[in-house]
Ligand binder design. Structure first.
Ligand code: CAO
Length: 240
C-alpha cells in the first residue's frame, strides 16, 4: 500500500496494515448482527463461593483433568435453555417464523491472534463438565494454532463469551446470529454481602451480562434466564 493510500500519513508517522480474512469476515457478521437485531443487555451476578470450593477440590482430586468456571456455565446455560426454551430458538429473516430447537449446542468465543472465532461444543446436555472443559481447551487451542472450519462454528443454539481471566465488571456482547442470546462473563470479584444471620460475609461473585434479541425475548424472561444461571452456579457440583 503506498503512502498516497494512507490518509493519516499527512499528519505524522502512520502505518497501513491489511486486515486479515478472519477479522474481516467476523467484522461483517458482527456488524450485521449489531445493526439488524435490537439488542438489550441484562446484568446480574452469581454467588459462586461454594462452587469454587467444590471446583478446587475436584481439580485437586483429578490431577489429569481440569474443570473451569466456563464448563459449569455451559451446563448452567443448558439448564436455563431447557427451563426457558424461547432462548433456544432462531427467528427467520422475515420475522415470520420462529424455529425452536431441541438440541443443545453451545458456542464459545475464543480470542485468537487472527480475530474472534466461536467454535461450537455439541450436545452439551449429555456431556459432563470435565468433558466440556476438555473440548473447550482442545478447540480453543486448535482455533489459535490452525483456525477452524465453518462446520466447527455452525449450528450453535446459544453462545458464551468469557473475559473472566482478563478483567472487567460487565460488557454488552453482540449476539452470534441466528442465535437469540449470548452470555458475557467478566472477572469474579470478592465482596462483602449480608449473610442469612445478618452478619457480613465475603463472597465470590461472578458478573453475568446477557444480551438478547428483543424481538424474540422479553425483559422479564431475560431476568429469569440470568437468575436461573446464577442459581445453577450457586448450587453446581463440580465435574459432573
Ligand atoms: N473470573 C476469574 N477467573 C476466571 C474466570 C472468571 N470469570 N474465568 C476463568 N478464570 C480463571 C480460571 O479459573 C483459570 O485460572 P486457573 O488456571 O488458575 O484455574 C484462568 O482464568 C484461565 O481459565 P481458562 O483456561 O478456563 O480460560 P477461560 O475458561 O476463562 O476462557 C477461552 C477460555 C477460550 C474462552 C478464553 O481463553 C478466551 O479466548 N476468551 C476470550 C473471549 C473473547 O475475546 N470475548 C470477547 C468477545 S466480544 O468481542
Amino acid at each position: 500500500m503506498s503512502e498516497a493510500d494512507n490518509p493519516f500519513a499527512a499528519f505524522g508517522p502512520a502505518e497501513a496494515v491489511k486486515v486479515g480474512k478472519i477479522q474481516r469476515i467476523t467484522g461483517t457478521l458482527l456488524h450485521r448482527s449489531w445493526s439488524t437485531i435490537p439488542h438489550v443487555t441484562h446484568h446480574d451476578e452469581a454467588d459462586i463461593t461454594d462452587f469454587e470450593t467444590r471446583r478446587q477440590a475436584w481439580n485437586a482430586a483429578h490431577p489429569d483433568a481440569k474443570v473451569t468456571p466456563l464448563a459449569a456455565l455451559v451446563k448452567a446455560s443448558v439448564s436455563a435453555l431447557k427451563a426457558l426454551p424461547i432462548f433456544n430458538s432462531s427467528l427467520s429473516e422475515d420475522g415470520a417464523t420462529l424455529y425452536r430447537k431441541a438440541y443443545h449446542h453451545i458456542g464459545i468465543a475464543v480470542d485468537t491472534p487472527n480475530g474472534l472465532l466461536v467454535p461450537v461444543i455439541r450436545d452439551c446436555d449429555v456431556k459432563d463438565q470435565a468433558t466440556i472443559a476438555a473440548e473447550i481447551a482442545a478447540v480453543a487451542g486448535k482455533a489459535r494454532e490452525r483456525g477452524l472450519g465453518m462446520a466447527e462454528m455452525s449450528g450453535g443454539c446459544f453462545s458464551i463469551t468469557s473475559l473472566g481471566h482478563i478483567g472487567g465488571t460487565g460488557f454488552t456482547p453482540i449476539i452470534n446470529a441466528p442465535e437469540v442470546a449470548i452470555l458475557g462473563v467478566t472477572k469474579l470479584v470478592e465482596r462483602p454481602v449480608r449473610g442469612p444471620d445478618g452478619a457480613v460475609v465475603w463472597r465470590k461473585m461472578l458478573p453475568l451480562s446477557l444480551s438478547y434479541d428483543h424481538r424474540v425475548v422479553n425483559g422479564a424472561d431475560a431476568a429469569r434466564f440470568t437468575r436461573h444461571i446464577a442459581e445453577f452456579m450457586a448450587g453446581a457440583a463440580a465435574g459432573g
